[in-house]
Design a protein around this ligand. Structure first.
Ligand code: ZN
Length: 118
């Protein structure tokens, strides 16, 4: 028989499959990967929070380098993505965060913030 208690840590948060320190506070958010039903799978990125909305949306931006064969050099390009920001993580504008891919949470969101970097 499967022991479902193995899935939870001592502080009551769910292990999400990525090695991140869980949030210290809890929340009632169904879309929270730690306290809700959202499952994390796919790609993980590091970015800076540029915008926040009251609907717990965070606009996360990061830079990548694109190789241009003609000039044999790299150019900087930016990626912007809307991610779900659960209240238990206490994300503010300007924070460096780790986001992970999830199923589609709304029309524009299929990422969720999983860690606030120091
Ligand atoms: Zn939470």
């Amino acid at each position: 028989m499967v022991n479902f208690m193995e899935k939870t840590k001592n502080n009551g948060t769910t292990k999400i499959g990525i090695d991140v320190p869980g949030p210290k506070t809890t929340c009632e958010d169904r879309k929270c990967p730690f306290h809700g039903e959202t499952k994390v799978r796919g790609r993980v990125f590091l970015g800076i929070v540029k915008e926040l909305t009251f609907q717990k949306n965070a606009l996360v931006e990061w830079e990548r380098r694109m190789y241009i064969p003609k000039y044999e050099r790299y150019e900087k390009r930016r990626t912007k993505v809307w991610a779900h920001s659960p209240l238990c993580l206490g994300i503010a504008i300007g924070d460096k965060v780790k986001i992970a891919e999830t199923r589609k949470l709304s029309k524009t969101k299929n990422f969720v913030v999983i860690q606030k970097m120091e």
